[in-house]
Structure formats: C-alpha cells, structure tokens
Design a protein around this ligand. Structure first.
Ligand SMILES: NC(=O)c1ccc[n+]([C@@H]2O[C@H](COP(=O)([O-])OP(=O)(O)OC[C@H]3O[C@@H](n4cnc5c(N)ncnc54)[C@H](OP(=O)(O)O)[C@@H]3O)[C@@H](O)[C@H]2O)c1
Length: 346
C-alpha cells in the first residue's frame, strides 16, 4: 500500500468547504495544507476550524496551486467559477474534488473534461450520496438481482431552499444557481443514472418546468422541473426537482424491476425473501437531510485518496458526471423548448 500522505487544498471557503476540510483531516491518507477564498478571513476560519494551523491561507488561486505540498484541490466556490478553476488546477497537475454542478453550461463541462483528460489527474465529483448507506444498500441489492432487471426508476429531490443557507443568495439566481436541476436536482439525476447502470445511456428526455407560485420574489428560474427519460435498454426514469416545497427534505427512491421493487429502504423481493408478506425494511441512514454536516464526505475523500494512491477506480469521476450533466442540459433544453431532446447531445 502506498504510504504517502496527500496534501489537500480547498478553494471557496464557505458552507460545504467546512465538510471537505473535516474529511481531509479525518482521512489517514490526506491532510489539509492550504485554503483559499475570496476573503482571507474565510480561508483562515476554515483552516482554523479543523486545526490546520500551518495551512497556507490565501485569496490567490495561483498561489494555492504553486504550493509544493498540494496534491488535491477541492473546488468549493459557487458553480459559475468551477470550470475555470478546474481547468487551471488540472493544468497544474492537481487531482480534483469538484463540487456539483460541474458548470452552468455544456461547453464548459466539455472543456473541463478535455483539460482533465490531457493532464491525467484523478477526479471525483461531489455527488456525495454515493456514500450514503441507504443508497449504497440499494445499489448492492440491484447488483445482487433483488429486483431483477429495473424497468422503471424514480428519484426525487424535494428540498425547500431556506433563506438561512449560506448559498441561498446566489443559488436562487440564474447567473450562479442556473436552474432547479443545476442547483440541486442534479443529485437525483446522478442517482437515477447510477441505479440504472452507468453504461445504460439515456437516449431521450422530456421535461417540464413550473415557476414559483408563492410570494417569494427571489426565484430567478423555475424552481420545479419534472424530467422523464428513456434509457437505451428500454427502462423509463423520472426525476422531480422541487426547490420551493414546504416540507422536510425528501430524497425519494423507487425502483421497479422484473422480479421485485425497492422503495427507499424497503424491499419487496419474493426471490430474496420467500414467504414475505410485507415490505422488508432495512435499518440504515437515509438521505433525509439537506444539511451538509449529514452528508458522507468522509467516504468521498477516502475514495479519491484511494484512486490516487492505489490507482483504483473512483466513481463518480468527471467522465461519469459529464453524462449526468449531459442529461441535465438536455432536460433543461426540453423544458425551455417544450420538445423532447435526443441524446447524445451534439
Ligand atoms: N455535494 C453537496 O451535497 C453540496 C452541498 C452544498 C453545496 N454544494 C456545492 O458546493 C459549492 C459551494 O456551495 P456552498 O453551500 O458552500 O456555498 P457558500 O457557503 O456560499 O460558499 C462558497 C464560498 O465561495 C467563496 N467565493 C465566492 N466567490 C468567490 C470567488 N470569486 N473566489 C473565491 N472564493 C469565492 C465565498 O467565500 P468568501 O467568504 O471568501 O467570499 C463563499 O463562502 C456549490 O457548487 C454548491 O452547489 C454541494
């Protein structure tokens, strides 16, 4: 086993950065060596919050990239900056942990992919629910044939965005939040693709969107988007991303297959459980909070460190996340034009 300790840097010292910082300090194969942000005070507070007192703090991304101990960079700024920062870090030979969404337009995603492929660095994209115990259990059950072949998968992201979130002021804007799917519903698109099988391509998508109908004038884009898609193997998928609902955070998962069904952490599988007369419920940690302190960033950072040091695959990497974003931009195009969109995108 490679014993090297990787030096990690974070750029964009806000809400989610604090969780990246904790995860780098907790992982035995990484340590936080630099934090950058627009305000020096934010970078300093992020480093101090995890006891990284020797870490470089800076407002200059080039200075952060030039730090000789930096092997990994976490991109934690608002999304409009992700593409430029990712491309610069990749060109500097730094491995990357990139917060979702990758970028706010398709061309920027492709430019990021090109830079990462040319540099050969490792990446993980922060669809962090891949490390949630309930989702991992669901994926495991599908792979073990508990539902047979999936014929219909539904994943919903229902999360009433609260004004107290640090990201709220920019995430409701078109220029930095982008759309309901870009802002957050992309987590559900990612999970849909993951459960369908990452090589099971979406071939056609239709989407509708609805504006906010209450008295909150902050929304610059329609906070509700409904996506229906068809996969190459004939499977159907559905995602509803709703950001102005009034309810606790909900990440619904329904998987209907030829031999059984999974509804969140409940399983109906006569082959797995002969004689079953009611849903079998798996005690586990559900994805039932929008608070970043509940998100399993430790697993994500462990996976990235393993990919770098042991040269093992780490999903979702940039190449995989690009496919989720291709579906996302196709869905947003469908919602805007009122027409179905075929994939792959041109
Ligand atoms: N994977 C997940 O589950 C998850 C959860 C939450 C957020 N996110 C994603 O993480 C990213 C950050 O979200 P957040 O909630 O942490 O937002 P946030 O609290 O607003 O943090 C972003 C930070 O970036 C810094 N920043 C802004 N403009 C900058 C610039 N031009 N140069 C350098 N730093 C700049 C700001 O720090 P200053 O104080 O220095 O201005 C701000 O605090 C977004 O892409 C979001 O979608 C992902």
């Amino acid at each position: 086993m490679n014993e090297k300790i990787l030096g990690a840097a974070i750029f964009g010292a806000g809400w989610v950065a604090g969780e990246h910082a904790k995860a780098y300090q907790k992982c035995e194969r990484t340590r936080l060596v630099a934090v950058g942000s627009r305000k020096l005070a934010s970078a300093r507070a992020c480093a101090a919050g995890v006891g990284a007192d020797d870490a470089l703090v800076t407002t200059d991304f080039d200075e952060l990239l030039a730090h000789p101990e930096v092997d990994i960079v976490s991109i934690c700024t608002p999304p409009d900056l992700h593409a430029d920062l990712t491309i610069r870090a990749a060109r500097a030979g730094k491995h990357l942990c990139i917060e979702k969404p990758l970028a706010l337009d398709w061309d920027s995603c492709l430019a990021m992919q090109s830079a990462v492929r040319q540099s050969g660095v490792k990446t993980v994209v922060s669809f962090v629910l891949h490390w949630n115990p309930s989702l991992q259990n669901t994926k495991h059950l599908i792979e073990r044939g508990a539902v047979g072949t999936p014929t219909y998968i539904e994943v919903d992201y229902w999360h009433g965005q609260q004004k107290w979130y640090p990201q709220y002021p920019w995430s409701v804007t078109k220029a930095q939040g982008g759309s309901s799917l870009l802002s957050a519903g992309c987590h559900a698109l990612d999970a849909l693709r993951w459960f369908a099988g990452n090589d099971n391509a979406v071939v056609e998508v239709s989407a509708l969107e609805a504006p906010h109908r209450g008295d909150n004038t902050d929304w610059e884009y329609p906070p509700s988007t409904l996506v229906i898609c068809k996969f190459a193997d004939g499977m159907l998928g559905k995602v509803a991303s709703i950001l102005d609902c009034v309810m606790p955070y909900q990440f619904n998962i329904d998987i209907i297959g030829t031999r059984g069904t999974i509804r969140d952490n409940r399983v109906w599988s006569p082959e797995l459980f002969p004689g079953q007369s009611d849903w079998a419920t798996i005690p586990t940690v559900l994805p039932n909070s929008g608070d970043v302190t509940h998100h399993p960033f430790n697993g994500q950072i462990e996976a990235l460190a393993g990919a770098i040091l042991d040269d093992v695959p780490c999903l979702p990497d940039l190449d995989d996340a690009i496919k989720t974003h291709e579906l996302l931009f196709a869905a947003d195009r469908s919602a805007a034009t009122g027409k179905p969109v075929k994939l792959p995108l041109e």
